[in-house]
Design a binder for this molecule. Structure first.
Ligand code: FMN
Length: 362
């Protein structure tokens, strides 16, 4: 049997997952402008659970209205969203997968055109000539911590098995982690430890509002340009995560073959993270995994779980390509008919046209 098809037990929470295949979080713009999750978004996630993934992560979902990053993103900032969240969790779990929501705030990447307010962040900084964030007041930091805790509480009430805190890709959590985007001189910035405070306080807040059986993980980038995160920063954060009450770390590589150099040593990002966590925290790795062989490489680099995004769009039943004798999964471009058959709505298919060569234009 392919090692990614073996079950795994999350020891702290005592939860078993049927295999090590993870559908990574994917924004898909299919939901309602009110923040309520749509039938189309539930259908797309449910198909992946039915297709055999062990863990299905939702798209990044904003925990505050001013954290919204995209039109059509679903929200978790109010109890009014509980019915839709409950339907989502149930639809995933009834097929035997674990359901996890990716909690997020866009910070400087929550555009004013979408939220109606100037973006907030760790410090005043810009990511383009027209986009400047203002620094959050301390009371606002506490407000956002509270919002993460409440969103996690809602996820558990809705029946999700856990959440992932989106600390990758330059959004608010990574804006606090990064030395360029966080120039604060108070308790929330300055030293490396102070830059970790926001994330560690979110983990504590989440734990206060959820039960011990609830899974809580963090997603990180190994390096990130706009926030100034280097591999050395990522190392410090990964090591700090070992001291928090977490169930997994999810590394976003974009390509698991990418390497990084630190202290004159070069190895793949997953190998670095595996070395730092040293078996003390389950590790998911994601990036350009398509074939059974790619998945094996990810595990051999030291990951416990294999995450896929694009392969999971193209193939709702991607884990079945890991069974013995299976063909290799077809690669993009995919026809619109194929994507519709994979439970993507026209809105999501249209969004995928932004990914070069993903949708076959007829
Ligand atoms: C359409 C799309 C939407 C994405 N949205 C998110 C997201 O909401 N949160 C996140 O952490 N990563 C997001 N990502 C990144 C993926 O989770 C993944 O890390 C990346 O696509 C690399 O994996 P892949 O090569 O298997 O696609 C998105 C990727 C795609 C293709």
């Amino acid at each position: 049997m392919h090692p990614a098809l073996q079950p795994f037990v999350f020891e702290r929470a005592g939860i078993e997952v049927r295999n090590r295949c993870v559908l990574a979080a994917m924004t898909n713009k299919q939901s309602h402008e009110s923040g309520e999750i749509s039938e189309a978004e539930v259908k797309w996630l449910e198909a992946r659970a039915r297709g055999g993934f062990g863990m299905v992560f939702t798209a990044a979902t904003h925990v505050e209205a001013d954290g919204k990053g995209w039109n059509g993103a679903f929200a978790t900032y109010s109890d009014a969203f509980l019915p839709g969240m409950t339907k989502t969790a149930r639809s995933i779990k009834k097929h035997g997968a674990l359901a996890l929501a990716q909690l997020f705030h866009g910070g400087i990447r929550a555009p004013e055109e979408i939220t109606g307010v100037q973006p907030k962040s760790a410090s005043t900084h810009s990511v383009s000539p027209n986009v400047t964030a203002r620094a959050m007041e301390v009371h606002e930091i506490h407000g956002t911590l509270h919002a993460f805790g409440q969103a996690a509480r809602r996820c558990e009430e809705a029946g999700f098995d856990g959440i992932e805190l989106h600390g990758a890709h330059g959004y608010l959590i990574s804006q606090f982690l990064g030395p360029t985007s966080n120039q604060r001189t108070d308790a929330w910035g300055g030293s490396t430890e102070a830059r970790h405070r926001f994330l560690s306080a979110i983990v504590k807040e989440v734990r206060q509002h959820t039960s011990p059986e609830f899974l809580v993980g963090v997603r990180l980038s190994p390096v990130q340009t706009s926030t100034g995160i280097t591999l050395e920063d990522a190392k410090a954060t990964a090591k700090a995560c070992l001291g928090w009450e977490l169930d997994f770390l999810h590394l976003s590589c974009w390509d698991i073959n990418e390497e990084g150099t630190l202290d004159q040593r070069t190895q793949r990002y997953t190998e670095w993270f595996a070395e730092w966590v040293n078996g003390k925290l389950p590790l998911i790795t994601t990036g350009a995994i398509w074939t059974a062989e790619d998945a094996e490489h990810g595990l051999r680099q030291g990951a416990d779980f294999i995450g896929v995004a694009r392969a999971g769009i193209g193939h709702h039943n991607w884990p079945s390509y890991l069974t013995e004798g299976a063909l290799e999964p077809a690669r993009p471009p995919f026809s619109t008919d194929h994507l519709e058959n994979q439970a993507l709505s026209p809105v999501f298919i249209d969004y995928m046209r932004r990914w070069q060569n993903f949708v076959l234009e007829d």
